[in-house]
Unconditional design. Structure first.
Length: 177
C-alpha cells in the first residue's frame, strides 16, 4: 500500500514539473522565456524613455530554411505596442513544418518582454519553395528596470515535422510493455 502511494506521488510530481518549471521561468525570467499579454493590457506608454530591441534569428542544423528578421532593431517606448516581421523561406521542394523558440537577453528583461501576437505560438508549415513574412507584435513592460537599455530577442527555428503527424494520418499506436 505504501509503495503504491509513493508511486502515485512520484507520478504526480513528475507530471507537475513542466508547468511548475514554466511558471518559475515566467516569474523569474530565467531561461529567456518571454511573457504573453493582450493588447488591452498594454495601455500605459512611457513617452520619456526609449528602449532598443534587437532581433536575431537562426535555424537549427538540418532545417532547410532561410530565416531572418526584416529589421535588425527598433527603438520603442515602454508600454507601446510594436509590430515587426521575420522572413522565412523553405529551400526544399517539400513541406517542412518549423517551430520557433524565443529567447531574450539579458535574462532579467525576459519577463518584461510581452508578446501579443507571434509566429512562435504555433508550428509554421511552409510548402516547398514557399516564403512568407511572419508577424511579431510585442510590448516592453514599463516596469522594465531603468538600467536595461537594450533587449535582444532571438529566435531559433527547428524542424518540428518529426513531432507533427502529416495531414490525414493518425498517430501510430503506442505499445505498452
Amino acid at each position: 500500500m505504501l509503495l503504491s502511494g509513493v508511486v502515485v506521488a512520484m507520478f504526480g510530481f513528475g507530471y507537475a514539473l513542466v508547468p511548475l518549471y514554466d511558471l518559475f521561468c515566467e516569474v523569474t525570467g530565467i531561461g529567456g522565456k518571454t511573457g504573453v499579454t493582450t493588447e488591452a493590457q498594454a495601455r500605459v506608454v512611457v513617452e520619456d524613455r526609449w528602449v532598443t530591441v534587437e532581433f536575431t534569428g537562426n535555424t537549427a542544423n538540418g532545417l532547410a530554411w532561410e530565416f531572418r528578421p526584416m529589421v535588425q532593431s527598433v527603438k520603442v517606448h515602454p508600454g507601446a505596442i510594436t509590430e515587426v516581421a521575420y522572413f522565412a523561406r523553405n529551400l526544399r521542394d517539400e513541406v517542412i513544418v518549423g517551430q520557433a523558440i524565443p529567447s531574450v537577453t539579458p535574462s532579467a528583461a525576459a519577463r518584461f518582454f510581452k508578446k501579443t501576437e507571434c509566429f512562435c505560438f504555433s508550428s509554421q508549415p511552409l510548402a516547398g519553395g514557399e516564403s512568407k513574412q511572419m508577424v511579431l507584435r510585442f510590448v516592453v513592460d514599463p516596469k522594465l528596470p531603468q538600467q536595461i537599455k537594450t533587449i535582444t530577442l532571438s529566435y531559433a527555428f527547428f524542424d518540428a515535422g518529426q513531432y507533427v503527424d502529416p495531414p490525414g494520418e493518425s498517430p501510430a499506436p503506442v505499445q505498452l510493455l
